[in-house]
Design a protein. Structure first.
Length: 334
């Protein structure tokens, strides 16, 4: 069992003493649990009869010396375990292992309850073995992660926890879907509680994105934009009746070409200055005003909008349920 304690490093001598005592207690706990298990099986009539038939001498000795005095023998173990708890408590106080002197029996509750000589509490002595193994693992004397028994239980514990967590998550998502379907004016509450408190932030973000999008698009396509504007001015000039009449005059063709060149240059400059001005404070203020003026209209909610919002949320939760339903442990252990 992991301990929540104040870390105080021990000297090597005290650490070895702790280790020797823990190993002794570990052996006694294993012996005591083995005795409890064997005596419990001894009480079962089929096993009792089979034991008497196969080894009558050993059966008689166990019945007279061990089974008849089982309570007294168990109390001897209990006395050692009580001594272990008291010594551990005293050592914890001396080493200032915990924040308060009375924390030890609460942290080691399984040791305290395991000292009660009753059937249900005796089983808690198994937790003492787990605690001692954890201590040996922490000291680096053993590595339970390499044990086949640990790998077996770790595998099925992982599978069990994943299955349980998946069931809880699926149940929770089902409840959320039912609440969404049964709720009224979900879109209105989302707008009032989520969107409107962040209205100005959303408007600023929207205007900033528009500025960046337009500015970046112009920088990447500046030459194509200028060629398009020049071609547009050329087509407009060519289709103009006044320019056609001008070309019929002496020197009119040269004047028309000069006008077309001037108009193209003027149009390109206008486009360049207009797009360059997208990053100006004036344009930012204009975009924010336009976004704010249309924000309330965009957020208008009717019955159709509420149904669409509800269905989007339900479908999102259904997608999450499909992902959770995938058995990830099958991929890990196949």
């Amino acid at each position: 069992m992991p301990e929540t304690s104040v870390s105080h490093p021990l000297s090597p001598g005290l650490e070895r003493l702790h280790l020797a005592w823990d190993l002794l207690i570990l052996l006694l706990v294993v012996a005591n649990l083995a005795l409890i298990l064997f005596d419990s099986l001894f009480l079962l009539p089929p096993l009792n009869d089979a034991f008497a038939t196969l080894a009558p001498g050993l059966y008689d000795a166990y019945d007279r010396h061990v089974h008849a005095n089982f309570i007294e023998i168990d109390l001897v173990f209990v006395a050692v375990f009580v001594l272990d708890v008291l010594l551990g408590w005293a050592a914890a106080i001396a080493e200032r292992r915990y924040h308060r002197w009375f924390f030890y029996p609460f942290v080691h509750w399984y040791d305290v309850l395991g000292c009660i000589p009753l059937g249900g509490f005796r089983l808690l002595r198994v937790l003492r073995i787990v605690s001692l193994l954890h201590r040996l693992q922490r000291l680096g004397l053993i590595d339970v992660r390499r044990w086949q028994v640990y790998a077996f239980f770790a595998k099925y514990y992982d599978i069990l926890m994943e299955e349980l967590s998946d069931r809880v998550a699926l149940r929770l998502l089902d409840n959320m879907q039912e609440q969404i379907r049964s709720s009224d004016s979900l879109s209105t509450r989302v707008i009032d509680r989520v969107v409107m408190p962040r209205k100005q932030q959303l408007i600023q973000e929207l205007s900033q994105r528009l500025e960046e999008m337009a500015g970046n698009a112009y920088v990447r396509n500046r030459e194509e934009t200028m060629r398009y504007v020049s071609a547009l001015v050329g087509r407009t000039v060519a289709e103009s009746q006044e320019i056609r009449r001008l070309r019929r005059l002496p020197m009119g063709d040269a004047v028309a070409r000069s006008m077309q060149s001037s108009l193209s240059d003027l149009a390109c400059r206008l486009v360049h200055e207009a797009l360059k001005g997208l990053r100006s404070p004036e344009f930012t203020a204009l975009v924010e005003r336009l976004a704010e003026s249309g924000f309330d209209t965009w957020l208008q909610v009717d019955e159709h909008t509420d149904r669409v919002t509800e269905q989007v949320l339900v479908d999102m939760l259904e997608l999450m349920k499909e992902q959770i339903a995938v058995k990830q442990w099958r991929h890990r252990y196949d």
